[in-house]
Write a protein that binds this ligand. Structure first.
Ligand code: ZN
Length: 336
């Protein structure tokens, strides 16, 4: 697989896992806010209940005081203070007059006290009623905030569920890719084993390979031969060759003299040429845009056999180059 593809997959995985982390944080934040809002809500509810019962008490007290006051006013109307003056003056002696005056003052001061406490109860009631209204509006806005946070929490949770489904889908796609590569590689190995064992009994059109391979295209090796571990899925895959980055249409040259044993389509590999070099060695050129040789053709080292492309499981133009020994992939860099 092209490193580019791997890079792209890794980038996608990183984005996905970042998004997942973000949604997890969103969920955590929403839950914390929701819990604190709920605590505040029940606190204010309790305060409101206390205020409400205080308001009820004060209303009862006030109505009691008002009826007492009303009664007192009625009595004063029936017996205006002049009656009291007469009452005091009618006293048989000065001591009795003093007692009567004192009692009269007591009555007056009791009235004053009654008026004062009634006034106080009224003021307290007004204060408590204002508090009640404030607490009610506090509860209303808390309820609103709770609804908002609940919606935010649900949104974050459904977004996370979507992301997890996407991760799952990509994992499955990746697994399918791996399977396709592995199956195709096994089929190629079987094909080469069969061909190369059959060859033993037949004369080769050209002598077997002895010298070094040439590099089929110029370019950087962007992915080497061997095991890779997927960063997120932790799945181990085997890369059967090396990837050489090269622009689309670049001529691909045969690494050595040989006979073309396959030229055609191979699922994950795309358009592919396989050249048998004898001595159990074969080279494979995958993801080509065009194939310029056909099966049975004898090719010379350096002869253009195909053009670089991006067919099969590849996202960018590059040459996937393999060397196989009796069908088994070996490291091309170790053969040269
Ligand atoms: Zn490759």
């Amino acid at each position: 697989m092209a490193r580019r593809k791997v890079r792209e997959m890794r980038r996608k995985e990183r984005t996905l896992s970042e998004q997942l982390r973000e949604t997890r944080e969103r969920i955590a934040r929403a839950k914390i806010r929701l819990a604190s809002l709920n605590r505040k809500y029940s606190l204010v509810s309790r305060q409101l209940a206390r205020t409400r019962s205080r308001v009820m008490q004060l209303r009862a007290k006030l109505s009691r005081h008002r009826s007492i006051l009303a009664e007192r006013l009625r009595q004063l109307y029936k017996h205006p203070p002049s009656d009291y003056v007469a009452f005091v003056m009618d006293a048989p002696d000065i001591e009795d007059a003093a007692i009567r005056t004192y009692a009269f003052q007591r009555i007056i001061s009791h009235d004053e006290f009654l008026i004062e406490t009634t006034q106080q109860a009224k003021e307290e009631l007004e204060g408590q009623e204002a508090k009640l209204r404030y607490q009610q509006s506090q509860l209303a806005s808390l309820r609103e905030a709770i609804v908002e946070q609940t919606i935010e929490l649900r949104d974050a949770e459904s977004e996370q569920a979507n992301l997890l489904r996407r991760v799952q889908t990509e994992r499955e796609t990746y697994e399918r890719w791996l399977q396709e590569w592995e199956e195709e590689s096994r089929e190629i190995a079987a094909l080469l084993r069969q061909l190369q064992s059959a060859q033993r009994n037949r004369p080769r059109p050209i002598p077997p390979w002895t010298g070094p391979f040439i590099r089929p295209v110029n370019g950087h090796i962007v992915s080497g031969f061997g095991y890779r571990v997927h960063p997120i899925f932790r799945r181990v895959k085997f890369h059967y060759g090396v990837d050489i980055s090269s622009p689309s249409g670049t001529p691909i040259r045969a690494a050595a003299d040989g006979v073309v044993v396959f030229s055609g389509w191979r699922r994950a590999y795309g358009k592919t040429v396989i050249v048998d070099h004898g001595n159990g060695l074969a080279t494979l050129y995958a993801h080509c845009s065009r194939l310029l040789v056909s099966e049975g053709e004898v090719v010379k080292q350096g002869q253009v056999i195909a053009l670089v492309g991006s067919t099969g499981l590849s996202t960018g133009p590059h040459l996937h180059f393999e060397v196989r020994h009796y069908g088994e992939p070996i490291n091309p860099l170790a053969v040269r």
